[in-house]
Design a protein around this ligand. Structure first.
Ligand code: FES
Ligand code: FES
Length: 160
């Protein structure tokens, strides 16, 4: 059968070459074909933000793309963000500020926020709330997430 397409993409620095059905969602490809289950799936129609990954460095909803569309591109998932030995500052800040409870939404928040904290040294509460406006969390009430983003930003942009 050849209703499959060959795709090649770099995920967390490693090149993957596979054959996929054209209808396979990128989120399902990442989770089921690559086994990177840190990318979560909630609504599957672009609303909750939990499936967010970095696509060529831009936060992108992986449930709104097909795997074939990612061929030739570079993806970072939560598994590529930090390590157990060395957490990314955002991960450290989420831990320190208790910015998660069940944690289901957390990978999506983190991947959404990576470019934001890289660019923003001292974001206001309003700017942070706007940055996370497309991510839903059922547990935290968002307050601690906002605090964590401020802390991560301070860690990444220390005052000289
Ligand atoms: S699962 Fe993709 S936005 Fe909700
Ligand atoms: S920590 Fe549970 S949904 Fe956000």
């Amino acid at each position: 059968m050849s209703d499959e397409f060959k795709v090649s993409m770099k995920v967390n620095g490693k090149v993957y070459e596979c054959s996929v059905e054209p209808r396979l969602l990128l989120s399902d490809f990442i989770r089921h074909e690559l086994g990177l289950t840190g990318t979560h799936v909630g609504c599957e129609h672009g609303v909750c933000g939990t499936c967010t990954i970095l696509f060529d460095g831009m936060p992108t909803r992986s449930c709104l793309m097909f795997a074939v569309q990612a061929s030739g591109h570079e993806i970072t998932t939560i598994e590529g963000l930090g390590t157990m030995e060395e957490l990314h500052p955002l991960q450290k800040a989420f831990q320190e500020k208790h910015a998660l409870q069940c944690g289901y939404c957390t990978p999506g928040f983190l991947m959404t926020l990576v470019p934001f904290v890289e660019k923003n040294a001292r974001p206001s509460d309003e700017e942070i709330r706007e940055a996370i406006g497309g991510n839903l969390c059922r547990c935290t009430g968002y307050e601690n997430i906002v605090e964590a983003v401020k802390l991560a930003s301070e860690m990444m942009h220390p005052v000289e």
